[in-house]
Design a protein around this ligand. Sequence first.
Ligand code: GLC
Length: 609
Amino acid sequence: MSGLEEMVCVYMNPNSPIEARVKDLLSRMSLKEKIGQMTQIERSIATPSAIKDFGIGSVFSGPGNGPFESALSSDWADMVDGFQKSALESRLRIPLIYGIDAVHGNNSIYGATIFHHNVGLGATRDADLAQRIGAATALEVKASGIHYTFAPCVAVCRDPRWGRCYESFGEGTDIVRKMSSIVSGLQGQCPEGHQHGYPFVAGRSNVIACAKHFVGDGGTEKGISEGNTVLSYDDLERIHMAPYLDCISQGVSTIMATYSCWNGRRVHSIHFLLTEILKEKLGFKGFVISDWEGLDQLCEPYGSDYSYCILTGISAGIDMVMVPLRYELFVEELTSLVESGEVSMTRIDDAVERILRVKFAAGLFEFPLTDRSLLDLVGCKKHRDIAREAVRKSLVLLKNGKDQSKPFLPLNRKAKRILVAGIHADDLGCQCGGWTITKYGSSGRITIGTTLLDAIKEATGDETEIIYEQNPSKETVERDDISFAIVAIGEAPYAESRGDNSELVIPSNGLDTISTVAHKIPTLVILISGRPLVLEPWLLEKIDALVAAWLPGTEAQGITDVIFGDYDFKGQLPMTWLRRVEDLDQPTNRVKPHDPLFPLGFGLTYTKD
Ligand code: GLC
């Protein structure tokens, strides 16, 4: 297209109304270009020629899949802009959307602020905080050149055995609805009178968000990842769909379909849910994206009859397909399905209109490349202070003193000698959990941040001796000059089905440490976990105080701010704290736990209320 042509065409004119731009561009597109826009591929197989020749609509990084190990935001921005320049060389110069799972900060990128995982944010019940976290995350994502995050997960987790429990804001629909305010942080606040259901992205420091996974991902039987949610439609709507209404009213631009089933049918294949309900009844006007190889699951054996998978998923209402690897076959099969009439051009045009609408709303045609002025914001003090505030507000105090009249907390920061123990006391990777630098996360100093031990050292004075032993020796424990112990234990990082757990017990190395230390020394236990875990009666009796810290991220000073008394506890349980795993399978317990160890909403404070 010549410069003059570009000047006059409607879709290139930022002053034209979005719908006019969509209509004009769609009218210029070939079938191949339309199908290209519906195709999302993973970075590992993305090449300049593929992007340009196929007119690929979106590229994304699987968790941590960047230009190279420990790449900084500027390196990521170079990579993304490289892909974007290829897209802009396509015939119609349609920019691509680059996506990533920024689910608790820009968590794939070294040095980014890592916020609490959603379960901890749910414990805060603070919608304003969620919005500020969304805004900070958006800035750090855009600083790396990325336009799109597959977040927030607005699952309502009904069973802590689910490996993605920590990605949910909690088991209560009302909690998840409240915390969905993160969408307005990520995308920016919709202006008064914004058209219901229409995608909205405020400006260059905002990202395209993705409410996921629609619908019922957190309600599967026994919490099995990608399992089966057995519910009437009314209960599905009341429990699991309600948060999507809040996201849509905030102008969420995209929604990801869930792998899981509803009453035995894969949601990726259900036209009633994806089209009749989501698009027609709820009025969603952004685009619906599949999950990773979400279409391949629609036939047995997996992906074998790919044409059938594509026909089923696209017909159901999937608009963009996270293929993400065998895209040539995807394009070829979908082209055949359209040419044979099995997939109508009306369906294709609906999908492409939605995709283009989001791209125009996000300003991608005007600002396709990275705003490098944002780079200084990555991991900045302001963002880390927000993360620290979230940690403070997320902590749930479950026990404070063996005797109600003699609270154990707050601790004395001027104590003569403190023992710090446990495998989670000095482990940044464990306190961040999964979806951090890599998909499944890992132990160790994996990025820049403050461990609990770092924070304890910062919070106490020079006159206090800190003894740190992951697994304290008998000699240490037998000493009679230790004021108290802080033992941090919990779960190792995990994600998705690798986190499915039918036992929910504290890993044995943690229990052994508690038993050894609490036997002789007044002990505070800090539990670092993505969900409630079974607490043995002996443990609760032996220890002096217990704090659920969830997966706090890089700013553990938020923990010491509270345990040493600078701030009071505010956290309320986002999940019922089970007494026994067997309780989860009692029908009544699924809705109203009749014998929990601690009920939903429980949380002690320093102030006598
Ligand atoms: C995963 C997850 C989804 C994520 C996607 C891309 O399988 O289910 O939450 O956004 O793949 O990483």
